[in-house]
Design a protein around this ligand. Structure first.
Ligand code: NAD
Length: 261
């Protein structure tokens, strides 16, 4: 079994969905977890669940678009948990609209959470991981939308594509300090982020929710099955526990064949 004993992981957006599942999986593999989320009560509750199951975790209030909050929250995780070996930039939201109806403020909000958040968490993590060339693993939650496009998702697709570029630069700069940087690209996973989109897309396209699932979300998969939070968490465990820079600057797609690289 892949293990993370003695490692410390900070996971953003881990009060819910994919991030929460990664936190639980990492804790079971022996890591201490900082659950960083805009939703502080949710972060504290997720941390308490891990502690109740015998693991080590703390909740941290963090808005990933806020430079000071990211730096302070990262320092707090290092101080309370004794270091930082893994940073997962996972926090995200979705806003679906055709480009002509997209408010500029919403475009900027999307780019701030997905791109500014990735930059700020990477910078904060590197500043710790570079010390004594201790190194570590940085993982971005990309998407099949890091490689493919869909209607109504201009800022999401632009930001998720952007993560690939950031990961490649960070992988090159981080290498001499033993920092690896990779991107996980999930297909549709039934988290609150996706549940919200189903009725929204049905209304935009004038189709039923069932049709959104069958003809849009799962249409290109090989088996018509949703990816699960556990599928993504296992991939995150594989990437974090991988022993060398043979795997850096890469993206791994977990999508039931929707996208094939
Ligand atoms: P989710 O809504 O279940 O969880 C997202 C979490 O991010 C929430 O806890 C929320 O409070 C937090 N968050 C939002 N804005 C934040 C901010 N500014 N600062 C800190 N935390 C913030 O969503 P999810 O589906 O688990 O999504 C997690 C990531 O996975 C996102 O980056 C998303 O784009 C990506 N992703 C999701 C899917 C999917 O189908 N669900 C597919 C591919 C990629």
């Amino acid at each position: 079994m892949m293990r993370l004993d003695g490692k410390v992981a900070l996971i953003t957006g881990a009060a819910s969905g994919i991030g929460k599942s990664i936190a639980e999986t990492y804790a079971k593999a022996g890591a201490a977890i900082a659950i960083a989320d805009l939703n502080q009560a949710g972060a504290d509750a997720a941390a308490a669940e891990i502690v109740a199951a015998g693991g080590k975790a703390i909740g941290i209030a963090m808005d990933v678009t806020n430079e000071a909050a990211v730096d302070k929250g990262t320092d707090l995780a290092v101080e309370k948990l004794g270091g930082l070996d893994i940073m997962i930039s996972n926090a995200g939201i979705q806003i679906v609209k055709p480009i002509v109806e997209f408010a500029f403020a919403d475009w900027r909000k999307m780019l701030a959470i997905h791109m500014d958040g990735a930059f700020l968490t990477t910078r904060a993590a590197m500043r710790h991981m570079y010390k004594d060339k201790k190194g570590g693993s940085i993982i971005y939650m990309g998407s099949v939308h890091s490689h493919e496009a869909s209607k109504l998702k201009a800022p999401y697709v632009a930001a998720k594509h952007g993560l690939l570029g950031l990961a490649r630069v960070a992988a090159k700069e981080g290498a001499e300090y033993n920092v690896r940087v990779n991107v996980i690209c999930p297909g549709f996973v039934r988290t609150p982020l996706v549940e919200k989109q189903i009725p929204e897309q049905a209304a935009q396209f004038g189709i039923t929710e069932e049709q959104v699932i069958k003809t849009i979300m799962l249409k290109e998969t090989v088996d018509g099955i949703f990816t699960t939070v556990e599928d993504v968490a296992q991939t995150a465990l594989f990437l974090a526990s991988f022993p060398s820079a043979a795997l850096t600057g890469q993206s791994i797609t977990v999508s039931h064949g929707w996208h094939m690289q």
